[in-house]
Every structure is written in structure tokens, then in C-alpha cells.
Design a protein around this ligand. Structure first.
Ligand SMILES: [Zn+2]
Length: 144
């Protein structure tokens, strides 16, 4: 079974963000988060885009690295921008990577997961209770 929640970003939404905020928004292939975090990314750009003094401020890359850990690379300075970026990372620490609901559990996706789901991406994920149950059924090998 393919990984149902690959990292990436919605191309249509990316086009809209680009139209609204121009090169504040990195290229599509530099946004690597699962669907549950799309809204967090969206909200960050909406907030950054409203800053009056964002000249020269850019977001270079956004990437989910590990359970609940969102990397946001930026350049340039804007007074409130760093605070918005920090709030965005904080929001990721509480948000299910699959569905966007409040997250509770870290699911380990180790090599053994490949026995059941050969195409799943390895590495830990932060999920809500429902998504954890669903996802465990996909990745845990069960010989009973
Ligand atoms: Zn969920």
C-alpha cells in the first residue's frame, strides 16, 4: 500500500498563496509537510503576508522532520515575522500530521513497518488518536 500521507503541499493552494504573497512563499517542492499541517502553513503565510514591513523577508523551506517538529527556514528580517514563525512551529507540536486535529501520540515508523507497508516513509509521526489507530493497522505486521 502506498503511503497515504506523503509529504508535500496542495498545488492549487500553493498557486493561490503565490498569487497573494509572491516570493514570500517558497517553490512548491520546498514545502514538505503532510496534509494535516496544510492549514498551519496556510495561516502562517496569511499572517506573514499582512505584515507591513515584510520587505526582503522570505521563507526558503518548510519541512516536517520528525514527530511534531516543523523546520521553517527564513531569510531577511521583519519585526513580527520571527514570532509568527515560532507560533507556527508551536502549533505543529500539537497538531495531527494526517488530519489536523489535536495530536496525542507519536507513532514510530521503523524498518519493520516496511514488511506490511513497503512504500511508507520511515520516521516518527505525530498523530491524533483516531489517525494513530488507522495508521497502525497499515504499518504493523500481524501474523495472528
Ligand atoms: Zn488525525
Amino acid at each position: 500500500m502506498p503511503d497515504r500521507f506523503p509529504k508535500g503541499f496542495d498545488a492549487h493552494q500553493h498557486g493561490l498563496l503565490r498569487a497573494l504573497y509572491g516570493d514570500l512563499v517558497p517553490p512548491l517542492d520546498r514545502i514538505r509537510v503532510r496534509a494535516g499541517w496544510y492549514r498551519i502553513v496556510d495561516q502562517m503565510f496569511a499572517q506573514l503576508g499582512r505584515l507591513p514591513d515584510r520587505r526582503g523577508f522570505r521563507v526558503g523551506r518548510i519541512e516536517a522532520r520528525n514527530a511534531g517538529f516543523l523546520v521553517i527556514e527564513t531569510s531577511g528580517l521583519a519585526a513580527v515575522a520571527e514570532e509568527i514563525v515560532a507560533q507556527t512551529k508551536e502549533a505543529a507540536r500539537h497538531t495531527c500530521e494526517h488530519c489536523g486535529m489535536p495530536a496525542r501520540l507519536v507513532i514510530k515508523v521503523g524498518l519493520e513497518s516496511l514488511l506490511t507497508a513497503p512504500d511508507v516513509e520511515l520516521g516518527d509521526r505525530l498523530l491524533c488518536v483516531d489517525c494513530s489507530h488507522e495508521f497502525m493497522k497499515e504499518i504493523v505486521h500481524d501474523d495472528r
